[in-house]
Design a protein around this ligand. Sequence first.
Ligand code: DON
Length: 604
Amino acid sequence: MNRPHQTHGLLDRRDALGRFALAGATPLLLGVINGCTGPGRSREHRHPDEVIGTAPTPYRNGAVAADHPIASAIGVEILESGGNAVDAAIAVNAALGVVRPYSCGLGGGGFMVMYSEGTGSAWAMNARETAPPGIWESYYVDLRSSGGPEQASRYGGHAVAVPGTVNGLFLAHATHGSLPMSRLLAPAARVARQGFEADEHFAGAVESLRRTRERLPWTCTVSGWVWERWCGNGSVRAGSRLQNPALANTLERLGEEGLSAWRSGSIPEGLARAARNSGGKLTTGAIADYRASACTPLQIENAFRGDRLVTMPPPSSGGIALAQMFGMNERLLREAGWPDTRDARTSHQMIEAMKIAFALRAEYLADPDFAPVPTRRLTDPEFIRGLADQVESNRARAAKEVSDGLQLPDDGGTSHLSVIDRDRTAVAWTSTINGTFGSLVGDPGSGIILNNEMDDFTTFPGSGNLFGLRQSDWNAPEPGKRPLSSMSPSIMIDSDGRIRAIAGASGGPRIINGTFQALMGIRYWGETAAEAIAMPRLHHQWLPDRVAWEAGAESIHGTESLKSLGHEFEDGSRGIGVVQAIRVEESGFEPSSDPRKGGRAAGY
Ligand code: DON
């Protein structure tokens, strides 16, 4: 197998990393930065504590922000019955797999980050799917040249990676849970059995699948069960009632029998059969062998104005990108005199920071078990200062100036939940099956939809994935390897060790920028969680070299001024991620679910 990164690649990339920092340190660019500390410099920015805390925090005992009202309510049900934040997060996660089956579920994977204010300890969990055995780096290229199905990394059995969510649920429970697993999975089973009403967002997912089936008729066969069970053969609208008794049985079995029901018997047999029916490599052995892992979160001291960022390390790209974007923006905001309103200047520097972080993502990030990801270097404060120095205040740099290296649809296939309990233990957990309805392959026996996470690997070197992301050879598929992810579950801790905000998002690469802008809203602009989430967002992922924008961004971000600096905007507006966040104050908690997906938060 040709694996250049394991020999010369490491050195090459480290050299390139040096160039990234050096470029920002040229006297020319430093001069420009020094020149941007104009009239605003003398203005003292209000310290966040002066503005945060003025809006009411409605809950004192616990709060949950999930992207579906039923899931948030189930989280509060568990907290009220004595469960802790992890118990609640497990129950919410399982419920989301029922009410948002096109976003997440037992057939997917995810990352969780936890922080306990009481003990000051932090914990993270990697339940990301892995490539199954029998995969190789050029698998999708070879499949296409041998006449395999179109877009095989996105739809059908070839797209399916070994699911991680069930192992993650049990690992979270074994390490931090307090109520019995059967109790935690029961509410999700109840909803699956009794049924629930589809909402507008669900109806949108049905339409999305209809379009996929029209565009790629071969997917009609592989999506047969999903189309019938979850979409009523296309008849499901907002208000339609949906049930999944097979999934209810699976959840109950897992609650009663534990992981053994997942590792052998009818559940893995049905899943492997479903994937292999359309050519996939998923095996019962791979399902049995999969292990979620506990890991140390990426913790960035002084990430932003004294706040510590507790977030996910690789194979998430989100944590590193957030650290870089916060670090760059802190430096640039300081240089600009701590502007206290959102304007074109602050939006300009946020976009420029996004470009740099996404260019680095494309080049250096992958599964650290398989590639020498330079996490420490990429999050080094000096390095990040050098990146900030590359940002020019008076013009947008073209993507190719940011990096001449490698390059990099919707928000359907992922779901983020945030929870806090009365002891101030916080959980941020993002789960995904990747695309809307994942691979479209479902198993009627277990009621589970399988992910299409294989598309997060670099499947066709040099071309974009489902989200237009270009990624490096370090992220090529290999058996057991986890694809690079944008999922960014994150917690902000102040300098006294107090939790101040919990956030994360869905939306592919827009996860990172959505999470960043919501956290900036809460921790810099003093907005409530609801305000920060509702604020129209911008997104830049380095390539394509265009700013994506949400309706309403024109006045908030000064898009005309941004255009005059050279930023090119996409033709039409579109949604940029779906964020679930909780703002945390001494007085209590303010959870907020993103109205973009019709979620509703809850608390007590
Ligand atoms: O892990 C990732 O980065 C992607 N699988 C996330 C996909 C996603 O967010 C889809 N939309 N919600």
